[in-house]
Design a protein around this ligand. Structure first.
Ligand SMILES: *Cc1c(COP(=O)(O)O)cnc(C)c1O
Length: 364
């Protein structure tokens, strides 16, 4: 079967996804001569969450950013940052990272033939993310310090050495990450009423708000969502109103005490009529288990902060059963298997015979 343009019906056409830059070129600072470095990032699923919807009392949808090539939304910004770095003649890139930025930088830099170095906080990086940075050939330095200290050093490196910084202080990162909002509008046919998102260094909430605004200005949507950002209670500088010197949370991807895009986050919240609030590690882990067990979506703990916020605070005034809520699930659960295993019973060991298995399963 084929459509009038000779192509297969829509489901197979999605296999023609060309990556963030090619799909949204008109909205990005690229020219026809920009060398596009892409792993076909973006184009991630927006999936209904029926049990969460029933619990919240609105239509809740999940944006599965773990489906990106390196397993997190960081790829959306990295395709832009690395493409522009190559265009500008860079030979090496560097970043500070709680893990996912380093995984993405390592992969995209490698793809472009650039060398990369990453600074990560010693002892607070999920195993999967460390594995990615290493296997993609990045020079990995584990800093005796936290993310905020790593970012300070990386910014100085960018000024003193011939390296391009690919943290979200690099404006091209935010540009690429806007595409998440574009996709949500394209997938829903309209902007949602409420957008829930974890907040760490605050680049992503800044980028989504920019993306929603640009699509509305271009006539691709008729409204803007309220932006609700959620920080982990032990790492909630924006909620507290001051930097946190020793941020602490199980959600290592948002274990950040002094966000680089602080102002972007507060503007997104205030301009949209939304807010920034905190969720405890217990609330984060409850949402994390709920998503895995009730919706069969395995995300990493930081990602579950968006759903934890929605579950904890409920719908804001004025929204009800007819409303659409999008929660961004920023990274894949496999990034951090240690947390998953700590949350559930360890597997039972049985003898290698049928009767032992039947008995253990209660089927004998
Ligand atoms: C980077 C990251 C975040 C935080 O995003 P910011 O742009 O730093 O606010 C949240 N979740 C995951 C999985 C991440 O990798």
């Amino acid at each position: 079967m084929s459509t009038s343009d000779g192509l297969c019906p829509c489901s197979i056409r999605s296999l023609r996804w060309r990556g963030v830059i090619e799909e949204y070129r008109d909205f990005l600072p690229v020219s026809s001569t920009t060398p596009v470095v892409s792993l076909l990032e973006g184009g991630t699923p927006l999936i209904e969450a029926p049990r969460l919807s029933a619990r919240i009392g609105a239509r809740v949808m999940l944006k599965i950013e773990g489906a990106n090539p390196t397993g997190s939304f960081k790829d959306r910004g990295m395709t832009m940052a690395i493409s522009k770095a190559v265009e500008e003649g860079a030979r090496a890139v560097v970043c500070a990272s709680t893990g996912n930025t380093s995984a993405s930088a390592a992969a995209f830099a490698g793809r472009a033939g650039l060398t990369s170095a990453v600074l990560i906080p010693e002892g607070y990086i999920a195993l999967g993310k460390l594995a990615q940075a290493l296997i993609h050939g990045s020079r990995v330095l584990q800093l005796r310090g936290n993310f905020d200290q790593a970012l300070t050093i990386v910014r100085e490196l960018g000024e003193k050495a011939p390296v391009t910084v690919v943290n979200s202080v690099n404006p091209y990162r935010i540009e690429g990450q806007k595409s998440g909002a574009f996709e949500i509008v394209d997938q829903l046919g309209e902007a949602p009423d409420l957008h829930c998102i974890p907040v760490g260094n605050a680049g992503n909430i800044t980028a989504y708000w920019k993306g929603y605004q640009e699509f509305k200005e271009a006539g691709r949507s008729t409204r803007l969502p309220r932006m609700h950002g959620f920080q982990a209670a032990g790492a909630a500088p924006i909620v507290a109103g001051h930097p946190i010197e020793h941020p602490d949370t199980v959600a290592t991807a948002i274990r950040i005490g002094n966000p680089a895009s602080w102002e972007g986050a507060t503007s997104a919240a205030s301009e949209s009529g939304g807010g920034i609030a905190a969720v405890t590690d217990e609330q984060i882990l409850e949402a994390y288990r709920f998503l895995a067990q009730e919706e069969s979506i395995f995300c990493e703990p930081a990602s579950a902060a968006s759903v934890a916020g929605l579950m904890t605070y409920g719908l804001p005034d004025g929204l009800g059963p007819g409303s659409t809520v999008v929660c961004v699930l920023t990274g894949h659960g496999l990034k951090d298997p240690d947390i998953a295993i700590s949350q559930i019973q360890v597997p039972t060991v049985v003898d290698a015979d049928l009767s032992a298995v039947l008995e253990e399963l209660g089927l004998s």
